[in-house]
Ligand binder design. Structure first.
Ligand SMILES: [Zn+2]
Length: 346
Protein backbone atom coordinates (compact mmCIF):
# COMPACT_ATOMS: atom_id res chain seq x y z
CA UNK A 1 0.00 0.00 0.00
CA UNK A 2 2.82 2.40 0.84
CA UNK A 3 4.31 1.63 -2.55
CA UNK A 4 1.12 2.86 -4.22
CA UNK A 5 1.11 6.03 -2.15
CA UNK A 6 4.65 6.78 -3.24
CA UNK A 7 3.68 6.45 -6.88
CA UNK A 8 0.35 8.21 -6.81
CA UNK A 9 0.29 10.59 -3.88
CA UNK A 10 0.88 14.33 -3.90
CA UNK A 11 4.26 15.68 -2.75
CA UNK A 12 3.46 15.46 0.96
CA UNK A 13 2.01 11.98 0.79
CA UNK A 14 4.89 10.79 -1.39
CA UNK A 15 7.48 12.06 1.08
CA UNK A 16 5.63 10.43 3.94
CA UNK A 17 5.40 7.13 2.05
CA UNK A 18 9.14 7.16 1.28
CA UNK A 19 9.90 7.92 4.91
CA UNK A 20 7.60 5.12 6.03
CA UNK A 21 9.12 2.63 3.64
CA UNK A 22 12.54 3.42 5.11
CA UNK A 23 11.21 3.05 8.64
CA UNK A 24 9.44 -0.14 7.62
CA UNK A 25 12.69 -1.61 6.39
CA UNK A 26 14.31 -0.83 9.69
CA UNK A 27 11.46 -2.39 11.65
CA UNK A 28 11.52 -5.47 9.45
CA UNK A 29 15.25 -5.79 9.97
CA UNK A 30 14.73 -5.64 13.71
CA UNK A 31 11.94 -8.15 13.43
CA UNK A 32 14.00 -10.45 11.23
CA UNK A 33 16.85 -10.35 13.73
CA UNK A 34 14.52 -11.12 16.56
CA UNK A 35 12.57 -13.87 14.88
CA UNK A 36 15.23 -15.71 12.95
CA UNK A 37 18.45 -14.94 14.78
CA UNK A 38 18.13 -17.91 17.12
CA UNK A 39 17.57 -15.76 20.20
CA UNK A 40 14.53 -17.87 20.94
CA UNK A 41 15.31 -21.55 21.43
CA UNK A 42 12.85 -23.84 19.70
CA UNK A 43 12.05 -25.45 23.04
CA UNK A 44 10.12 -22.31 23.86
CA UNK A 45 7.53 -23.13 21.24
CA UNK A 46 4.17 -23.67 22.83
CA UNK A 47 2.78 -27.18 22.85
CA UNK A 48 -0.75 -27.93 21.84
CA UNK A 49 -3.15 -28.84 24.61
CA UNK A 50 -6.75 -29.88 24.18
CA UNK A 51 -9.53 -27.33 24.51
CA UNK A 52 -10.94 -29.02 27.62
CA UNK A 53 -7.60 -28.97 29.40
CA UNK A 54 -7.03 -25.43 28.21
CA UNK A 55 -10.27 -24.27 29.76
CA UNK A 56 -9.52 -26.09 32.99
CA UNK A 57 -6.13 -24.42 33.45
CA UNK A 58 -6.64 -21.06 31.76
CA UNK A 59 -8.36 -19.47 34.73
CA UNK A 60 -5.00 -19.06 36.44
CA UNK A 61 -3.53 -16.99 33.60
CA UNK A 62 -3.63 -13.20 33.77
CA UNK A 63 -2.00 -10.46 31.69
CA UNK A 64 0.60 -7.89 32.66
CA UNK A 65 -0.12 -4.91 30.43
CA UNK A 66 2.15 -1.88 30.15
CA UNK A 67 0.85 0.92 27.95
CA UNK A 68 3.19 3.83 27.31
CA UNK A 69 2.63 7.24 25.73
CA UNK A 70 5.17 7.82 22.97
CA UNK A 71 4.29 11.56 23.01
CA UNK A 72 4.65 11.63 19.20
CA UNK A 73 8.37 10.88 19.46
CA UNK A 74 10.35 8.04 17.93
CA UNK A 75 11.90 6.62 21.10
CA UNK A 76 10.40 3.49 22.67
CA UNK A 77 8.70 2.70 24.90
CA UNK A 78 7.92 6.30 26.08
CA UNK A 79 6.41 7.43 29.39
CA UNK A 80 4.16 5.30 31.58
CA UNK A 81 0.48 5.82 30.73
CA UNK A 82 -1.47 2.83 32.08
CA UNK A 83 -0.09 -0.34 33.64
CA UNK A 84 -1.96 -3.45 34.76
CA UNK A 85 -4.73 -2.60 37.19
CA UNK A 86 -4.51 1.18 36.67
CA UNK A 87 -7.83 2.98 36.05
CA UNK A 88 -8.81 4.35 32.64
CA UNK A 89 -6.84 7.45 31.68
CA UNK A 90 -9.33 9.24 29.42
CA UNK A 91 -6.81 9.09 26.56
CA UNK A 92 -8.76 7.00 24.03
CA UNK A 93 -5.60 5.61 22.40
CA UNK A 94 -4.15 4.48 25.73
CA UNK A 95 -7.41 2.96 26.94
CA UNK A 96 -8.17 1.17 23.66
CA UNK A 97 -4.68 -0.36 23.60
CA UNK A 98 -5.05 -1.49 27.23
CA UNK A 99 -8.48 -3.04 26.68
CA UNK A 100 -7.52 -4.66 23.39
CA UNK A 101 -4.38 -6.18 24.87
CA UNK A 102 -6.62 -7.75 27.52
CA UNK A 103 -8.86 -9.25 24.84
CA UNK A 104 -5.92 -10.69 22.91
CA UNK A 105 -4.39 -12.14 26.08
CA UNK A 106 -7.73 -13.71 26.98
CA UNK A 107 -8.19 -15.27 23.53
CA UNK A 108 -4.82 -17.01 23.70
CA UNK A 109 -5.19 -17.95 27.38
CA UNK A 110 -8.74 -19.27 27.32
CA UNK A 111 -9.01 -20.74 23.83
CA UNK A 112 -5.40 -21.94 23.41
CA UNK A 113 -4.02 -22.19 26.95
CA UNK A 114 -1.17 -19.90 25.96
CA UNK A 115 0.30 -17.68 28.68
CA UNK A 116 0.93 -14.43 26.77
CA UNK A 117 2.70 -14.09 23.44
CA UNK A 118 5.76 -16.16 24.35
CA UNK A 119 3.84 -18.79 26.31
CA UNK A 120 5.75 -17.74 29.42
CA UNK A 121 3.74 -14.76 30.60
CA UNK A 122 5.76 -11.99 28.99
CA UNK A 123 4.67 -8.39 29.65
CA UNK A 124 2.41 -6.89 26.99
CA UNK A 125 4.19 -3.65 26.15
CA UNK A 126 2.38 -1.13 23.95
CA UNK A 127 3.36 2.37 22.88
CA UNK A 128 0.60 4.62 21.55
CA UNK A 129 1.09 8.09 20.00
CA UNK A 130 4.25 6.72 18.36
CA UNK A 131 5.92 9.43 16.24
CA UNK A 132 4.00 12.38 14.71
CA UNK A 133 1.43 11.69 11.95
CA UNK A 134 2.71 8.12 11.78
CA UNK A 135 0.62 5.93 9.48
CA UNK A 136 1.43 2.47 10.78
CA UNK A 137 1.48 0.00 13.65
CA UNK A 138 4.10 -2.68 14.27
CA UNK A 139 5.52 -5.40 16.48
CA UNK A 140 9.30 -4.92 16.70
CA UNK A 141 10.21 -8.24 18.27
CA UNK A 142 9.59 -7.17 21.86
CA UNK A 143 6.71 -4.69 21.89
CA UNK A 144 3.82 -3.19 19.90
CA UNK A 145 3.74 0.45 18.70
CA UNK A 146 0.93 2.46 17.15
CA UNK A 147 0.96 5.78 15.32
CA UNK A 148 -2.01 8.15 15.52
CA UNK A 149 -2.24 8.38 11.72
CA UNK A 150 -2.06 11.68 9.87
CA UNK A 151 -5.83 12.19 10.00
CA UNK A 152 -6.01 12.07 6.22
CA UNK A 153 -5.07 8.54 5.23
CA UNK A 154 -5.51 7.00 8.67
CA UNK A 155 -7.23 8.25 11.81
CA UNK A 156 -6.08 5.65 14.35
CA UNK A 157 -4.37 2.27 14.65
CA UNK A 158 -5.66 1.23 18.06
CA UNK A 159 -8.46 -0.90 16.67
CA UNK A 160 -9.04 -4.38 18.08
CA UNK A 161 -8.31 -6.45 14.95
CA UNK A 162 -5.17 -4.37 14.28
CA UNK A 163 -3.94 -4.84 17.85
CA UNK A 164 -4.75 -8.55 17.68
CA UNK A 165 -2.83 -8.67 14.40
CA UNK A 166 0.32 -7.01 15.79
CA UNK A 167 0.33 -9.09 18.97
CA UNK A 168 -0.12 -12.27 16.93
CA UNK A 169 3.14 -11.51 15.12
CA UNK A 170 4.66 -12.05 18.55
CA UNK A 171 2.94 -15.44 18.86
CA UNK A 172 4.33 -16.46 15.44
CA UNK A 173 7.81 -15.35 16.46
CA UNK A 174 7.77 -17.33 19.71
CA UNK A 175 6.27 -20.39 18.01
CA UNK A 176 9.32 -20.95 15.84
CA UNK A 177 8.78 -18.12 13.38
CA UNK A 178 7.87 -17.68 9.74
CA UNK A 179 10.50 -15.67 7.86
CA UNK A 180 9.04 -12.29 6.88
CA UNK A 181 9.63 -12.64 3.15
CA UNK A 182 7.76 -14.20 0.22
CA UNK A 183 5.26 -16.98 0.97
CA UNK A 184 6.42 -17.63 4.54
CA UNK A 185 6.10 -13.89 5.18
CA UNK A 186 2.60 -13.86 3.70
CA UNK A 187 1.72 -16.78 6.01
CA UNK A 188 3.08 -14.76 8.96
CA UNK A 189 0.84 -11.86 7.87
CA UNK A 190 -2.12 -14.17 7.36
CA UNK A 191 -1.78 -15.80 10.80
CA UNK A 192 -1.75 -12.27 12.27
CA UNK A 193 -4.92 -11.34 10.33
CA UNK A 194 -6.68 -14.60 11.24
CA UNK A 195 -6.00 -14.22 14.96
CA UNK A 196 -6.65 -10.46 14.81
CA UNK A 197 -10.19 -10.91 13.48
CA UNK A 198 -10.65 -13.89 15.81
CA UNK A 199 -9.90 -11.64 18.79
CA UNK A 200 -12.53 -9.22 17.60
CA UNK A 201 -15.13 -11.90 16.91
CA UNK A 202 -14.62 -13.41 20.36
CA UNK A 203 -14.80 -10.02 22.09
CA UNK A 204 -18.04 -9.20 20.25
CA UNK A 205 -19.48 -12.71 20.67
CA UNK A 206 -19.80 -13.13 16.91
CA UNK A 207 -20.14 -16.44 15.12
CA UNK A 208 -18.36 -16.86 11.79
CA UNK A 209 -21.63 -15.87 10.07
CA UNK A 210 -22.12 -12.69 12.16
CA UNK A 211 -18.59 -11.39 11.56
CA UNK A 212 -17.60 -8.88 8.85
CA UNK A 213 -14.13 -10.46 8.35
CA UNK A 214 -12.53 -7.03 7.97
CA UNK A 215 -9.09 -6.15 9.31
CA UNK A 216 -8.82 -2.54 10.49
CA UNK A 217 -12.40 -1.43 9.99
CA UNK A 218 -12.75 2.28 10.73
CA UNK A 219 -9.06 3.17 10.76
CA UNK A 220 -8.99 4.81 7.31
CA UNK A 221 -9.29 8.59 7.07
CA UNK A 222 -12.78 10.10 6.73
CA UNK A 223 -12.38 10.90 3.02
CA UNK A 224 -10.78 7.63 1.95
CA UNK A 225 -12.97 5.45 -0.23
CA UNK A 226 -12.76 2.17 1.65
CA UNK A 227 -14.08 0.21 4.63
CA UNK A 228 -10.92 -1.33 6.09
CA UNK A 229 -7.31 -2.32 5.48
CA UNK A 230 -8.11 -5.85 4.31
CA UNK A 231 -11.08 -8.15 3.77
CA UNK A 232 -10.77 -11.89 4.39
CA UNK A 233 -14.22 -12.49 2.97
CA UNK A 234 -13.45 -10.68 -0.29
CA UNK A 235 -9.71 -9.96 -0.59
CA UNK A 236 -9.07 -7.08 -2.98
CA UNK A 237 -12.23 -5.12 -2.08
CA UNK A 238 -11.32 -3.34 1.18
CA UNK A 239 -10.57 0.01 -0.49
CA UNK A 240 -10.37 1.71 -3.86
CA UNK A 241 -9.08 5.22 -3.54
CA UNK A 242 -7.10 7.84 -5.48
CA UNK A 243 -4.49 8.08 -2.71
CA UNK A 244 -4.38 4.50 -1.43
CA UNK A 245 -4.95 2.87 -4.80
CA UNK A 246 -6.81 -0.40 -5.15
CA UNK A 247 -6.65 -3.09 -2.45
CA UNK A 248 -4.08 -5.42 -4.13
CA UNK A 249 -4.98 -8.69 -2.38
CA UNK A 250 -5.65 -11.83 -4.46
CA UNK A 251 -8.04 -14.55 -3.26
CA UNK A 252 -6.71 -17.35 -5.49
CA UNK A 253 -3.31 -18.76 -6.55
CA UNK A 254 -4.09 -17.88 -10.18
CA UNK A 255 -3.87 -14.22 -9.09
CA UNK A 256 -0.71 -14.64 -6.97
CA UNK A 257 1.35 -11.42 -7.19
CA UNK A 258 5.04 -11.85 -7.92
CA UNK A 259 6.76 -8.71 -6.66
CA UNK A 260 9.95 -7.61 -4.95
CA UNK A 261 8.22 -4.81 -3.03
CA UNK A 262 6.53 -5.34 0.36
CA UNK A 263 9.09 -8.09 1.18
CA UNK A 264 7.81 -10.07 -1.76
CA UNK A 265 4.16 -9.18 -1.29
CA UNK A 266 3.70 -10.31 2.31
CA UNK A 267 0.68 -7.98 2.80
CA UNK A 268 -0.63 -8.83 -0.67
CA UNK A 269 -0.56 -12.61 -1.12
CA UNK A 270 -1.71 -13.13 2.47
CA UNK A 271 -5.15 -12.67 0.91
CA UNK A 272 -4.94 -16.27 -0.36
CA UNK A 273 -4.48 -18.12 2.99
CA UNK A 274 -6.78 -15.52 4.60
CA UNK A 275 -9.55 -16.46 2.21
CA UNK A 276 -8.95 -20.20 2.73
CA UNK A 277 -9.46 -19.70 6.48
CA UNK A 278 -12.63 -17.71 5.85
CA UNK A 279 -14.03 -20.42 3.52
CA UNK A 280 -13.19 -23.15 6.03
CA UNK A 281 -15.02 -21.19 8.74
CA UNK A 282 -18.06 -20.89 6.48
CA UNK A 283 -18.12 -24.70 6.14
CA UNK A 284 -17.67 -25.21 9.88
CA UNK A 285 -20.07 -22.60 11.28
CA UNK A 286 -19.93 -21.75 14.99
CA UNK A 287 -17.00 -19.77 16.36
CA UNK A 288 -13.72 -19.19 14.54
CA UNK A 289 -11.71 -19.92 17.69
CA UNK A 290 -13.23 -23.38 18.04
CA UNK A 291 -12.50 -25.93 15.31
CA UNK A 292 -10.87 -23.65 12.69
CA UNK A 293 -8.80 -21.70 15.22
CA UNK A 294 -7.66 -24.86 17.01
CA UNK A 295 -6.49 -26.34 13.70
CA UNK A 296 -4.62 -23.15 12.66
CA UNK A 297 -3.00 -22.79 16.08
CA UNK A 298 -1.91 -26.44 16.22
CA UNK A 299 -0.46 -26.14 12.70
CA UNK A 300 1.61 -23.12 13.78
CA UNK A 301 2.97 -24.99 16.80
CA UNK A 302 3.94 -28.00 14.74
CA UNK A 303 5.06 -26.76 11.34
CA UNK A 304 8.70 -26.30 12.35
CA UNK A 305 9.55 -24.73 9.00
CA UNK A 306 10.32 -20.99 9.05
CA UNK A 307 10.40 -20.98 5.22
CA UNK A 308 7.06 -22.73 4.75
CA UNK A 309 5.25 -22.23 1.45
CA UNK A 310 1.48 -21.97 1.14
CA UNK A 311 1.47 -25.65 0.14
CA UNK A 312 3.49 -26.64 3.23
CA UNK A 313 1.12 -24.66 5.44
CA UNK A 314 -2.01 -26.13 3.87
CA UNK A 315 -0.60 -29.64 4.40
CA UNK A 316 0.21 -28.81 8.04
CA UNK A 317 -3.35 -27.59 8.69
CA UNK A 318 -4.66 -30.81 7.11
CA UNK A 319 -2.41 -32.87 9.45
CA UNK A 320 -3.79 -30.88 12.37
CA UNK A 321 -7.38 -31.50 11.25
CA UNK A 322 -6.68 -35.24 10.95
CA UNK A 323 -5.02 -35.36 14.40
CA UNK A 324 -7.90 -33.50 16.03
CA UNK A 325 -10.86 -34.94 14.15
CA UNK A 326 -9.72 -38.07 12.32
CA UNK A 327 -8.81 -39.15 8.81
CA UNK A 328 -11.81 -38.71 6.52
CA UNK A 329 -13.58 -36.46 9.05
CA UNK A 330 -15.91 -33.69 7.90
CA UNK A 331 -13.34 -31.15 9.16
CA UNK A 332 -10.56 -32.72 7.09
CA UNK A 333 -12.68 -32.93 3.93
CA UNK A 334 -14.00 -29.37 4.18
CA UNK A 335 -10.54 -28.01 4.92
CA UNK A 336 -9.20 -29.69 1.82
CA UNK A 337 -12.08 -28.19 -0.16
CA UNK A 338 -11.37 -24.69 1.21
CA UNK A 339 -7.72 -24.92 0.14
CA UNK A 340 -8.75 -26.23 -3.27
CA UNK A 341 -11.08 -23.24 -3.76
CA UNK A 342 -8.10 -20.89 -3.43
CA UNK A 343 -6.05 -23.01 -5.84
CA UNK A 344 -4.02 -25.13 -3.41
CA UNK A 345 -4.30 -28.93 -3.65
CA UNK A 346 -3.49 -30.94 -0.54
ZN1 LIG B 1 1.53 -7.55 10.05
Amino acid sequence: MLEVMRLRGDEGVRKMAEEMLKLGEKTREERAEQSTGGMVPSSRSGTFISRALAEATATTLSPNRKVYDGEKKASLPGTRARFEGDPATGDAEVDRAYDAAGEVFELYAQAFNRDSLDGFGMDLVHTVHHRANYNNAFWNGTQMAYGDGDGQLFQTFTELSVIGHEMSHGVVQFSGGLVYEGQSGALNESFADVFGVMTQQRALGQSVYDADWLVGKGILGPNINGVALRSMKAPGTAYSDSLLGQDPQPYHMDLFVNTTSDNGGVHINSGIPNHAFYLFCMYMGGNAWDRPGQIWYKALQEINNPLATFGNWAAQTLDAAIDLHGNGSYEMLMLRRAWKLVGIDV
